[in-house]
Design a protein around this ligand. Structure first.
Ligand SMILES: NC(=O)c1ccc[n+]([C@@H]2O[C@H](COP(=O)([O-])OP(=O)(O)OC[C@H]3O[C@@H](n4cnc5c(N)ncnc54)[C@H](OP(=O)(O)O)[C@@H]3O)[C@@H](O)[C@H]2O)c1
Length: 172
C-alpha cells in the first residue's frame, strides 16, 4: 500500500458513507490527513485517527459550500488529492420531477462537488509534485434509462466538467 504522511492532505466528499467512507479509511490507514466532508460527523465515529478532520457541509447549497471551502484552504495546504464521492439519486418518471427537485440533485451531485474542486484551481494550495482529483461518475452518464434523467444529467455534466478541468489544471 502507498504510504503518506500527515502533511499529505486529501479532501473526500461524501466521506460518511459507501465509496467515500472506504476511500477515507484507506487514506487514513496509509498515513494521510483527510479533510472529510459530510453532513453527519457521527457516521465517522469508527475512524479513530488524529489525522481525520471533519467539515460539515450540506451540498444542497453550493454557494455555502464555496464559502466553507475558502475556510478549509485557510487551515490546510499541501493538498495531494481529492475524491468527489458525494452524490444522491432517486428514480422518478420525468412527469413527476419538479424542477426544484432536479435542481437540488444538480446542486448535490455537480455544483457542490465542483465548489470543492476549486481548492485545486489555486497552485498555492497543492503539493509541489502536483495533485489529483477523482470524479466518481456513473455509466448512467452515457447510457440512458427511464426515471433517472436528473441523475444521468448530473453525471454527464460531471464528465464534461472533468475534461475541461483536466485541460485547465494540467497547465498549472
Ligand atoms: N455504489 C454504486 O454502485 C455507484 C455506481 C455508480 C456511481 N456511484 C457514485 O458514487 C458516489 C458514491 O456512491 P455510494 O454508493 O458510495 O453512495 P452513498 O453510500 O449513498 O454515499 C453518498 C454520500 O454522499 C453524501 N451526500 C448525499 N447527499 C448529500 C448532501 N445533500 N450533502 C452532503 N453530502 C451528501 C452522503 O452523505 P450522508 O451520509 O449524510 O447521507 C454520503 O456520504 C455517488 O456519486 C454515486 O452516484 C455509485
Amino acid at each position: 500500500m502507498y504510504q503518506y504522511n500527515s502533511n499529505d492532505h486529501f479532501v473526500v466528499t461524501g466521506a460518511t458513507s459507501g465509496i467515500g467512507f472506504e476511500v477515507t479509511k484507506s487514506l487514513l490507514l496509509a498515513g494521510a490527513s483527510v479533510i472529510a466532508i459530510g453532513r453527519n460527523p457521527a457516521k465517522l465515529n469508527t475512524l479513530n485517527f488524529s489525522t481525520l478532520h471533519f467539515v460539515e457541509m450540506d451540498f444542497c447549497n453550493p454557494d455555502e459550500v464555496e464559502q466553507k471551502v475558502k475556510l478549509i484552504v485557510k487551515d490546510f495546504n499541501n493538498f495531494r488529492g481529492c475524491v468527489l464521492a458525494a452524490g444522491t439519486q432517486y428514480i422518478l418518471p420525468f412527469s413527476a420531477c419538479k424542477m426544484s427537485k432536479i435542481s437540488n440533485l444538480m446542486n448535490v451531485n455537480l455544483l457542490s462537488n465542483l465548489a470543492v474542486a476549486k481548492i485545486f484551481a489555486n497552485k498555492r494550495n497543492i503539493t509541489e509534485g502536483g495533485s489529483s482529483i477523482v470524479f466518481i461518475s456513473s455509466i448512467s452518464a452515457i447510457r440512458g434509462s427511464q426515471g433517472i434523467l436528473p441523475y444521468a444529467a448530473s453525471k454527464a455534466a460531471m464528465n464534461a466538467s472533468m475534461k475541461c478541468l483536466a485541460l485547465e489544471f494540467s497547465k498549472k
